[in-house]
Design a protein around this ligand. Structure first.
Ligand SMILES: [Fe+2]
Length: 216
């Protein structure tokens, strides 16, 4: 007879979701919207599916300092969750996206960074979620039908988004944004995080493998 049947989730992919309280996100989002619209003037006509973006240097602008402190605090929480032994980390790029009706972002990753993230400033009805693709390409070779897809059997995970929500994920994880089917702009701010002085402090030869022992 079976005594026990356990399941272990090995090599999980973390996605951190942080929500600001309304007292913080309300005035912050008003300020961010004004800043982003000012920076994207004049907004030229877009090709179908296109979006407007700022230069990727928002993290260097004084007007973004309150926002950046939230980003850095949340990224620090993610690194601490992972128990990474690091000396420091930087935001290496930060830019805003305005997706009008039909605007979308096809599947992509953010190379040369450890973490990436998105903060949602305006998410009108029909604006869509962020979708993450299964990084285990071979896992989708055979996908038998299931009653409902779950995190073990599906090959795409949609994370609901709303104003004041910040999502952080590994920079190597492919993600996409479906077309905005609403009438209003979807506005978000993307950013990348990388370790400070990575080559000097963290890139030594890894003589021992990163082996994990299951305990039960
Ligand atoms: Fe992205």
């Amino acid at each position: 007879m079976l005594k026990r049947q356990a399941v272990h989730e090995i090599f999980p992919t973390p996605i951190w979701v942080a929500d600001l309280d309304g007292e913080t996100s309300g005035p912050l989002n008003e300020h961010l919207l004004r800043t982003i619209y000012d920076l994207t003037e004049p907004r030229r006509a877009l090709a179908p599916g296109g979006s407007w973006q700022t230069d990727p240097v928002l993290h260097e602008r004084p007007a973004m300092s309150d926002f950046m402190s939230i980003v850095m605090k949340t990224a620090k929480g993610a690194l601490e969750f992972l128990d990474i032994d690091y000396e420091g980390f930087d935001c290496t790029a930060c830019w805003a996206n305005i997706n009008p009706t039909g605007g979308k972002n096809s599947s992509h990753t953010h190379p040369n960074n450890y973490l990436s993230g998105v903060y949602y400033v305006a998410v009108p009805k029909g604006a869509g979620n962020i979708e993450f693709g299964d990084p285990r390409g071979q896992a989708s070779v055979i996908m038998p039908p299931t009653a409902t897809w779950n995190k073990f059997t599906g090959n795409k995970v949609a994370v609901p988004v709303m104003p004041g929500r910040l999502v952080i994920f590994p920079a190597w994880l492919s993600h996409s944004v479906p077309a905005n089917t609403g009438d209003e702009h979807r506005v978000s701010i993307s950013f990348n995080i990388m370790f400070t002085n990575y080559t000097e402090t963290m890139s030594g030869t890894l003589w021992k493998s990163g082996s994990v022992q299951l305990r039960d």
